[in-house]
Every structure is written in C-alpha cells, then in structure tokens.
Design a binder for this molecule. Structure first.
Ligand code: TYM
Length: 332
C-alpha cells in the first residue's frame, strides 16, 4: 500500500486554507492509504514561539485535526518532537542537500524578509527537516496546499541524490497530492495574498474555531470589486477576490468552479456572500464546536498523540537504521 505523510505547524489560528488545502484532504485519503499525520513543532520553532503557547497550540491543532474527522485509529496522528528520528535524519539530509538548492526556496526568502542575516539557521534548513519527515517513513504521497510544492521538489532531489551518492535504491521519490478547487485560499482582505496564520488582521482569515456569527461577519466584510460575478472562470482575470470567494464556495460545496460560475454568474457580491456565509457556517461550525470540546479534554488528546508517536517510531526506527547503514554509521 502507498503511504501518505503530511504535516502541519502547531502555531494556532488554523484557518480555512489549512482546512481546504490540507486537512480535509487528509480525512478523505485515510480510507485508501496508510496515513501518517504530524504536528510539526520542530518546524514551528524555526521562528520564535512562546514555550507555553506552543504546548497549548500543539494540543489545539491536534484537536482540530481530530475534529475535522481524522480517525486516530485508522491513521497515525502524532507530534514531531516525540519521534527522535526526524531530527536524526534531518542531520543526514543537511549533509546531502546543497546550499544552492536551499537558496532557491521562496518560502525562506518570504519569511526571512530583508533581515536575512538574522534568520535562524533552522529556518534556512527547514526543507531538509521536511524531507526527513516524509522519508523517515518512506512515504510515497504527500497531500499539501500549493505553497508547499517547492519544498516537495526538494524532497525529491534529496532522495535522488541520497540514492545516487550511496548507490542504493532506498528512498522513494515522493509525489505531491495537490487537489480540489482550493489549493491556495487567499486572504479575505486582499485576494492577491495567501490566507495565513501570521496575517496581523484576524479579518483576513476564517479560523477553524470561529463561531457562526464570526464566520458570517468576516464573509460579509470580505473585500470585493465593483462588478457582477463572472459567468465563467475566464472572467476571473484581474479579479482575485471574485476568484477566491467563488473558489471557496466550490471547495466547500464540492462543486466544479465552472458550475459555481454558471450558478452565480451575474449576481451582486452582496447576495452571493449570503449564500457563501450560510454554506461556510453549515460546513465549519460543527468542526469548530468539536475542536473546542476536544481542546478542553487534554488528557484524551495527549493520549492519542502518545499512541501515535509509539506507532510512528515503530515504523521509523528500522528505516532510519537502513539509512544509517547506507551512510556507514557503525551499529551499536
Ligand atoms: P503549514 O502549517 O503552513 O500548513 C499546513 C497545510 O495547509 C496548507 N495551507 C494552505 N492551503 C491552501 N491555501 C492556503 N492559504 C494555505 N495555507 C496553508 C499547506 O500547504 C499545508 O499543506 N512545511 C509545512 C508543514 C510540513 C509538512 C511536512 C507538510 C512539515 N513537514 C511534511 C507535508 C509533509 C507547513 O509549514 O505547512
């Protein structure tokens, strides 16, 4: 059976982009694949995290993943720092990946900004840890949003170079799974910017724990343009807000974007927003309530994560040993 691995940073403010771009697809894949889902706290600390908040948001994000319908019996759900193989393999990959490859990563450039000299070394090496996450389980498929595509290409390059350098056929060349009409959900305040946890404006995103009133209000206030909605996707040219809101509708309703345009083309934004708000509330508010219920039961969530870490380690340890043997590390 093919194996899926995917990860999410436990930094709070999980939003509609995380849900439509990733978590919802995780739920759908778990019946057909052997799935491993990880709260990547070691990735989170590549930028400063308050320690107490990190503990709490790790539980919160795990709760959201479970609330969205990931079944911790069918799939493995765990926290990255509880399985030491991630850090161990990342070191090997730090020695396989080339500086030139990492220099090309657009996410590093975006996150480090102008103050590059002051960015952590971890932020620069982040994609190597991501490759380690996936290859520690020899995962073959990785469901993510569009923004992670470049990192997955790097994982492929690392696997290929490792296999070549050591003359083995050990690491798989992973396939990204980027699907659905919402692979890149944009900010509600600016249709040219990605919806993001780190946007200072809470109005820019729909959080998974927003209640019905907050969801409806944010959609009502979402940025628009002065024209009527387009009747075909060709009409999205130069109209990022229309593309985003209609794309969100298509994803939530499980409809093709063409059908959404056919249905709402020629409508005023204001009337369409009413329909979108009703749909978003219907699809999201139950998940939000379940999220809050689980977050208030930390014993249960911690237990799921502990069990997940044990099962993940059982898969990872023999694979790490194979990799160490290939590298030439003396067995204890
Ligand atoms: P993270 O935590 O930023 O995001 C988690 C998932 O949500 C997707 N996503 C979006 N999809 C659509 N529209 C958006 N606006 C949007 N924002 C986020 C992301 O593509 C991702 O799938 N580096 C990863 C975490 C990671 C990982 C891995 C993923 C670490 N190791 C191994 C896959 C495999 C990240 O920062 O995701």
């Amino acid at each position: 059976m093919n194996r899926i691995f995917s990860g999410i940073q436990p930094t709070g403010n999980l939003h509609l982009g995380n849900y439509l771009g990733a978590i919802r697809n995780w739920v759908r894949l778990q019946s057909d694949y052997d799935c491993i889902f990880c709260m990547v706290d070691m990735h989170a600390i590549t930028v400063w995290q308050d320690p107490k908040e990190l503990v709490s948001s790790t539980r919160e994000v795990a709760a959201a993943v479970l609330a969205a319908g990931v079944d911790p019996k069918a799939s493995i759900v765990f926290v990255q720092s509880q399985v030491p193989g991630h850090a161990q393999l990342a070191w090997v990959f730090n020695c396989v990946a080339r500086l030139g490859w990492l220099n090309r990563m657009t996410q590093f450039k975006d996150k480090a900004g102008k103050n590059r000299e002051n960015a952590s070394v971890g932020l620069f090496a982040y994609p190597n840890l991501m490759a380690a996450d996936i290859l520690l389980y020899k995962a073959t498929h990785v469901p993510v949003g569009e923004d992670q595509k470049q990192h997955l290409e790097l994982s492929r390059d690392i696997a290929q170079k490792f296999n070549n350098d050591f003359g083995v056929d050990l690491l798989p060349i992973v396939e990204p799974l980027i699907f659905g009409p919402a692979t890149r959900v944009m900010s509600l305040r600016d249709g040219t910017k990605k919806m993001s946890k780190s946007d200072p404006s809470d109005k820019s995103r729909i959080n998974m724990i927003d209640d019905a009133d907050a969801i409806a209000l944010k959609i009502r206030k979402a940025k628009t343009d002065p024209h009527l909605l387009p009747e075909t996707p060709e009409g999205f040219d130069g109209r990022p807000e229309a593309a985003n809101l209609m794309g969100i509708y298509a994803a939530l309703a499980d409809m093709a974007i063409e059908d959404v345009c056919a249905r709402f083309g020629g409508w005023q934004f204001s009337k369409f927003k009413g329909e979108l708000a009703d749909l978003a509330v219907e699809k999201l508010s139950l998940i939000g309530t379940e999220c809050i219920r689980l977050h208030n039961d930390p014993g249960y969530v911690d237990g799921v994560l502990r069990d997940g870490a044990a099962r993940a380690s059982a898969i990872a340890e023999p694979i790490l040993r194979e990799i160490y043997d290939a590298v030439g590390f003396l067995r204890p």
